[in-house]
Write a protein that binds this ligand. Sequence first.
Ligand code: TTP
Ligand code: MG
Ligand code: MG
Length: 437
Amino acid sequence: MRTGPTILHVDLDAFFAAVEQRDRPELRGRPVIVGGDPRARGVVSAASYEARAFGVHSAMPLRTAAALCPAGAFLPVDGAKYRRESRRVMEILGRFTPLLEQVSIDEAFLDVAGSEALFGPPEEIARRIKAAVRDEVGLTASVGVATTKLVAKVASDLRKPDGLVVVPPGEEAAFLAPLPIRRLWGVGEQTRVVLAEHGVRTIGDLAALPVDVLVRRLGAHAATLHERARGIDSSPVTGDVAAKSVSHEHTFDVDTADAEVIERTLLALSEGVASRLRAGGVRASTVAVKVRDSGFHTVTRQRTLPEPTDLADPIFRTALDLVRPEVRGRRIRLLGVGAHGLGEPAQMGLFATEDPRRRRAVEAQDEIRRKYGSRALTRARLLGDPLADPGGRDPLQPLRARRVGRARPGAEGLEGAGEAGGAGSAARPDEEQGPER
Ligand code: TTP
Ligand code: MG
Ligand code: MG
């Protein structure tokens, strides 16, 4: 059941042009037009915001762009590079929920309904995403947060570049009402002309029209349009499109060969991965591990499970099995646990074989974590260790609170909690993430 605004729409700002400005600092602050030779017959793919000030936009003939903005830097399209950067951004988004639906090279919907215990409320997740994309990829993204995909998409576009717009539940129609009709999905040029004849300029004008009038003029799809104008859109975020894996990694403050520390870290990482699988309502059929030693030698190993799971135990046991032969006698710098081959239980023909009591117990624990915070429940194994908080606010740095040392009796976990909360610390996927190394 959805209660708050949990759908995020993320869209990169002036994507192709921003990548070029990132890679060529001399282009920053200048009008940049990606599309190719301005004397050729092509069209503009992307225009930096500086170029837009001259009226240049995507899909405009390059020659027109050159006439409007003769001082612009005209660059060829480097598709391979943009696809690579797109994958990096999608990987970041995938850390926050398996319910990730990529809809174009630079945008995606996320449903973070199940991710709050791990990452905080949706607005906080939006901020973390923006920070991670900025720090790790060097690009800015705009994010809209709402109860529906439609409203989230309109919201992400509203304060570009570098925008963040949250539409509280119940305010969808009021949010849309003053906006020009072209901002609504599915309103093409022809529809706009017909609507203009009825005096419709804003989305609110459309919402106020009787639906039968609309259907008579525009056909059946007008009914959907009318619903959209009131912010109604029930299409779910379909997670199976882009989210193909969930993974957590940890870089040790000090490289370690301590089997106990390694085991505990794997358990914490497995807990984090499993809890994200459950949050997304998916199970994994394959477990992967990554081990990097002090000499930066990295190995990855993976194994298919006897049956798909969303529980920490089988993930942990498999990860431990895979990691053991790789760590012998070595000092370890980084460990990672990943879950691949994700699917919904029904698609995987599950439900039949598992013990329903076990599932109810795990779901009850998830519920407690959701209600009272991730620290409310911790395995006996991780107790007395304020650092191991797999469901902590920043599971990408599950052991960050290590430096605090073991909590003294009577002061359990307090310092640790403060540390692990580390708001806004944009964790890198692997290296150099410890701010106090
Ligand atoms: P958009 O997200 O539509 O545009 P943008 O990222 O350049 O600018 P913003 O989101 O800040 O408004 O498209 C993403 C990329 O897709 C864009 O950088 C280039 C490419 N593209 C084309 O090649 N042709 C087009 O007509 C459009 C609209 C985009
Ligand atoms: Mg964009
Ligand atoms: Mg886009």
